[in-house]
Structure formats: structure tokens, C-alpha cells
Design a protein around this ligand. Structure first.
Ligand code: KG4
Ligand code: ZN
Length: 336
């Protein structure tokens, strides 16, 4: 039995989890900093770092209390090493390093994107690749093919804004609060998605790439020229345009790669319309669809522990020279 303590501080959520072995979650706690950043309309990196530093000791204590464990029961310390805000990452990494050093336990640095992908294996422990993954977060939008040996190949990615970034930017245009994704999701429930037709860039191009910056611009000019349009209808129509392209390309990839399973991961996979449409399409096309529980879609530390487990099993550890890698990406040939 191995108990992994995981720390996630890449952006504006401070999170700590304790997971036993592969996927038995003993504690998964999180402190959202949204209220501190809201009035600035986005994440302020300096505030994020400071809040992580203030919150981490309390979250660690809470996680130990919930799991009824003592620090001496921890076997491995895992932490997000990137991508993310450099200052925010460094707070988590320094905290994890001092814990590992003082407890004399191994340290594992985790790629946050592999963390998001791991979330689906937390919610579905028996899920087996091959599968096609749609990774949609605030900073990334990629379609990935994962083979039976869990080796990954990136089939396509966004050429400009990430899907979550488009949600956040359009929310700002609609004068909604940060983060915009959940706000648009809520507003859109009272709107008609077919009221306006916004562009679906690259939809009919023979690739798996995306582009969302034109969509954002078209909403900007639409708002300038249609002051009386209902915000609910704009939100619903915008969301429909994003969901359409994301799902069209993901299901196309599954067909072309002869894959029966699709997984949606990352913060935008929490979107209710994306989930609803994905389930409809999966049923129609007889594809198995896997989307993590809501709490594992957006940033959390349990997914970091799950990703660290894979490295632990292979004996891939880090030493105290572990550093933040703010622009860390997934590459072709990435392994779990
Ligand atoms: O994965 P995540 O928590 O953090 C990153 O690694 O980026 O994703 C955050 C992004 C934000 O852009 C947020 O607006 C978006 O996910 N998001 C949503 C929803 N919940 C979070 N977008 C659309 N609908 C949602 N319900
Ligand atoms: Zn994330």
C-alpha cells in the first residue's frame, strides 16, 4: 500500500490530495482563490503565489484530518511542475520539496496536462486505451490519440486561444464574472443556441486543429452592432459554436483511428452543454464516452496523485533540483 500526497498550485486553485495506490482517494481538498482575483477580471499571478503560500499549510492539515493520517504515513510526495504560472508553481514545488526532504520520502514532479488526462482514470479505474482524448482547459485544447500502451500522439491543437480562454474572454465581453466558463454555461441554459450562427473555424479542414480567436472577435463586433440582443441567446449560440467544433473533430478522430472510446478532460469538460451533446453523439455513433466527475475536470490534486502513481510504478522520481517548467507541454511520444 502506497500513500501519495499530491500538491497542485499551477494557477488559482490551491489543492492537496492524499490517494492510496492507484485511485483510492482518502482526501481531496481545494481552496479556490476566485474571490481574490474576481475584481481584476482574471488571475493576478502575484496574488496567486501569495495565496498558495498562505493556504497550503491549512489544506495539508485538512487533508491529513480527513484521511485520519499523520505525515509519517505518507510514502510519496507529488507536485505539479508545469505548465502554469511560474511563481504559483514554485510555491507548490518548494512546499513539496521541503516535505519530501524532511520526511525522507521520494518526490515526483507531475505534468499538469498528464494530470488532467489521468482524471478520467480516477473516475473510471477500469478504463483501457486505445482512446481518443479531448483535452480542453484554460490554457490548452488538444486532440490526443492514446494507444494501448498509453503512449500519446497529439493529433491537433488550437492555433490561438484555448477553448477555456475563449469562454473567459467572451464572458468578459458579456460583462460576466471571472472565470467565464461556468458563467456562460449558466447563462446559456436560459438561451436558445440556434438564435445566432457564429463561426466554426477550421470545421471542414482536413485536420484536428482549432482556432477560437475569430469567434471571439465576431462576438465582439456582434455586440457592438446588436445592443438589444439577449445575453442568454448570445451565450448559448457562442457555446454551441465551440461545442460543435470540439465534438465534430473529436468524433472524427475516433472514426479515423478506429477507436471505440472517447474521453473529455480538463476544465471545459465541466461544461454542461458539451457533456450533454457528447453523450447524444456517443449514443448515435455507438462510441463509449468517458468524462470525469465534475470535481476532477477542473484543477484538483487527486488527478496529480493519479498521474504520479504511473511514475511511481516505473520508479521515475525527481530529486531536490526539481524546478518549475511554466511552458511544459505534452509532446508526441509522451508516456504516462
Ligand atoms: O483545467 P482548468 O481548471 O485549469 C487549467 O488548467 O486551465 O480549466 C479552467 C478553464 C477556465 O477557462 C474556465 O472558464 C473553464 O475551464 N471552465 C468552463 C466550465 N468550468 C470551467 N468552461 C465552460 N463551461 C464550464 N462549466
Ligand atoms: Zn488545469
Amino acid at each position: 500500500m502506497v500513500r501519495l500526497l499530491a500538491i497542485e498550485t499551477s494557477c488559482d486553485e490551491t489543492a492537496v490530495a492524499i490517494v492510496e495506490d492507484k485511485s483510492k482517494i482518502l482526501a481531496n481538498v481545494l481552496a479556490s482563490q476566485i474571490d481574490f482575483h474576481k475584481k481584476y477580471g482574471g488571475v493576478v499571478p502575484e496574488i496567486a503565489s501569495r495565496k498558495h503560500l498562505e493556504l497550503l499549510p491549512y489544506l495539508l492539515e485538512e487533508a491529513l484530518l480527513i484521511s485520519k493520517l499523520d505525515l509519517k504515513n505518507i510514502d510519496v510526495v507529488a507536485v505539479t511542475k508545469g505548465p502554469g504560472l511560474v511563481g504559483a508553481l514554485l510555491v507548490g514545488i518548494s512546499f513539496a520539496k521541503s516535505l519530501a526532504y524532511s520526511l525522507k520520502k521520494p518526490l515526483i514532479g507531475v505534468n499538469h496536462l498528464i494530470g488532467h488526462i489521468s482524471a478520467v482514470f480516477l473516475s473510471y479505474p477500469d478504463l483501457k486505451p486505445p482512446l481518443v482524448l479531448l483535452l480542453v482547459s484554460g490554457g490548452h485544447t488538444q486532440i490526443i490519440y492514446m494507444d494501448e500502451r498509453m503512449k500519446m500522439k497529439i493529433l491537433g491543437r488550437t492555433r490561438d486561444d484555448a477553448a477555456g480562454e475563449a469562454f473567459d474572454k467572451v464572458a468578459r465581453l458579456l460583462e460576466l464574472n471571472y472565470p467565464g466558463g461556468p458563467e456562460i454555461d449558466k447563462l446559456a441554459r436560459n438561451g436558445n443556441p440556434n438564435t445566432y450562427h457564429f463561426p466554426r473555424a477550421l470545421m471542414n479542414k482536413d485536420n484536428y486543429d482549432f482556432s477560437f480567436s475569430g469567434l471571439k472577435t465576431s462576438i465582439k463586433y456582434f455586440l457592438r452592432d446588436n445592443k438589444d440582443a439577449k445575453k442568454e441567446d448570445i451565450a448559448a449560440s457562442f457555446q454551441e459554436a465551440i461545442v460543435d467544433v470540439l465534438l465534430f473533430k473529436t468524433f472524427k478522430a475516433a472514426k479515423e483511428y478506429g477507436v471505440q472510446r472517447i474521453a473529455l478532460v480538463g476544465g471545459v469538460a465541466a461544461n454542461s452543454r458539451l457533456r450533454e451533446r457528447a453523450f447524444e453523439l456517443a449514443k448515435e455513433k455507438r462510441i463509449e464516452l468517458y468524462i470525469p466527475d465534475l470535481k476532477y475536470c477542473t484543477d484538483n490534486a487527486a488527478m496529480i496523485a493519479r498521474a504520479a502513481w504511473m511514475k511511481y510504478e516505473k520508479g521515475e522520481f525527481d530529486d531536490l533540483s526539481l524546478n518549475a517548467i511554466p511552458y511544459l507541454n505534452l509532446d508526441d511520444n509522451s508516456w504516462f
